[in-house]
Design a protein around this ligand. Structure first.
Ligand code: GDP
Ligand code: MG
Length: 156
């Protein structure tokens, strides 16, 4: 069984931290300059995970628009629960891809609110509108603090 997963979101929301946890890279993630394609055997299957680079909406849209031929089993749209701008960026990315290129082709679209630990300590949390994003599910996590099994649930 082969599964393809893509992580989408602007820089700083924790995508690479999350991917590193999933594929057991024990390193602090450097800023992501080029697409990271990772492979891991998990949950009895073979997973290919794509970590989209880019600090801002423009760069993320540009990278994804060049991969329109790819089909994913699940797209994880990641934002920082404490930063509304990172959620707003997801709306913009989804909108621009659909209007000017092609919507992200994925069987399932999940929204991931990361840095739950920070959201709890700051008492700040922004909630996504799933229908605007055409997403089926919303999950809150902490890429740093959650147990591995909880993070595995993000994979199809
Ligand atoms: N407090 C907290 N910080 C996090 C969490 N996940 C990632 N970070 C931090 O957020 C910063 C950006 O993470 P990174 O994975 O490089 O984000 P990316 O640009 O989306 O790949 C790093 O300093 C991480 O340590 C989390 O769950 N909680
Ligand atoms: Mg990164």
């Amino acid at each position: 069984m082969r599964k393809y997963v893509i992580f989408v979101g602007v820089g700083g929301v924790g995508k690479t931290t999350l991917v590193y946890r999933l594929v057991s890279v024990r390193q602090a993630p450097p800023p992501t300059k080029r697409p990271g394609f990772y492979h891991a055997y998990l949950k009895g299957g073979s997973y290919y995970i794509l970590d989209v680079p880019g600090q801002y909406v423009d760069e993320v849209v540009e990278t994804i628009s060049k991969m329109v031929f790819m089909y994913f089993d699940r797209a994880l749209l990641v934002y920082d629960l404490t930063r509304r701008d990172t959620l707003q960026a997801l709306y913009e990315i989804a909108d621009r891809l659909c209007r000017f290129h092609k919507c992200i082709s994925a069987k399932e679209l999940w929204v991931v609110g990361n840095k739950r630990d920070l959201a709890v300590s700051l008492g700040v949390e922004h909630t996504p509108d799933l229908s605007t994003l055409g997403a089926q599910r919303y999950v809150k996590i902490s890429a740093i603090h959650d147990p591995f099994d909880k993070l595995l649930e993000l994979l199809p």
